[in-house]
Design a protein around this ligand. Sequence first.
Ligand SMILES: Nc1ncnc2c1ncn2[C@@H]1O[C@H](COP(=O)(O)OP(=O)(O)OP(=O)(O)O)[C@@H](O)[C@H]1O
Length: 451
Amino acid sequence: MSSPMETEQNPPTDQNGAASQHSPPPPLPPEDKVLVPIEVCLKPSSTVSIHDVRSAIEGMLEKRSLSYNGGPIPVPLDEPFLADNVQRICVCDAGEGMQNDNVLLFWQVKPVVHVFQLSEEGPCEDISSDGQSSSFNEWILPAKEFDGMWESLIYESGLKQRLLRYAASALLFTEKAVDPFLVSWNRIILLHGPPGTGKTSLCKALAQKLSIRFNSRYTQAQLVEVNAHSLFSKWFSESGKLVAKLFQKIQEMVEEESNLVFVLIDEVESLAAARKAALSGSEPSDSIRVVNALLTQMDKLKSSPNVIILTTSNITAAIDIAFVDRADIKAYVGPPTLQARYEILRSCLQELMRTGILTSFEDCKNTVLPNYASAKQRMNAPNFHEATTSMQLCKQLVETAEACEGMSGRSLRKLPFLAHAALANPFDCNPIKFLSSMVDTAKRERSELPD
Ligand SMILES: Nc1ncnc2c1ncn2[C@@H]1O[C@H](COP(=O)(O)OP(=O)(O)OP(=O)(O)O)[C@@H](O)[C@H]1O
């Protein structure tokens, strides 16, 4: 593998290090340059200012006029300030700026540097008065727990980009004080779809991303995770108090205008269920008061510019219509497509090879499996043959992904573990044998899915 970064003098290379056929294009005019975010994570021990690191990284990118073909950029060891303080440098969403056989030429794009440090504080849990379920969790963002989550979620059709751009526009409109009577927008996102498709994770990952991308405007960010179900306490009289307590806390957070607050309400369909049950008389009317209190509090929060409300639901039809109306973005998150299944399984396999669980052929640790598009391209090439282990593996990986049709992202991420546990000899684990075991396990899992 070539290094992810090459100097401009070197011809651009593709992901396998082959020289590009094209000559480098001339620099673009500044207004045509695509913005490419560069995320720079500081070491936990670092105490330097984000400002200083940003300037040093910008200087580094300018000085070296680099090109890039995937993976993290190595921290420059010849620059002690960066080497001492920076843990990693990642180029994000480079897709649009990539040209010439997937090479990103830094002098063709406008890098936007975001420097951050992960919070290691962990969640702060609030135990509800029944002493059992907690009514909300709170994290300081960006949190160590959510590091890498955004990258691990795989969707087609630009869903992640759409959400990121939507939230960025919503924050910009608010910051620029656009008159809401003339242009109307909310900062409420609803993700709905079947269980296990990554809705909750996507909300958390989105909050983490935004806390990094907007940290020059908002110096602090927090995520409050509310389980809607737990708000309907079995002690009915307590429910109203729980909602009041929760929103009082959120109000305190948003009063500090340098604070960006994300409120995640999971299982929002339980609001509708409670209202319906109350109307049919099977639940005390207290439930309906809780739903109404929640909606009123959400409306109140709308006037605060620094809040984004993220909600999820498994059952679209059951969501309270009053709530659906409030959400600006209603995105359906479905089960992974063939390509997404391939990519999820590829990342699993890659991890098992990195950690040495899968072994038995030389250089297993350093093998890089091709992505779906290049795997298909190579398999369809007239001179394709399965002689190389990597090609044999990716052909089998495509077959495994095909066998997993209908499975959720959550089940797919569990599949490698189940397949490993089913092996007769788990200590001599050949990736080819392992993939056969995955197909068998997938068939078994699918046969056990409810109709
Ligand atoms: N599209 C995906 N790409 C990668 N991983 C996924 C995907 N979908 C789900 N997963 C995996 O499944 C796990 C569970 O997802 P999560 O709990 O966020 O789903 P959910 O849709 O909120 O489920 P539920 O509705 O049952 O609460 C995630 O942490 C992730 O590892």
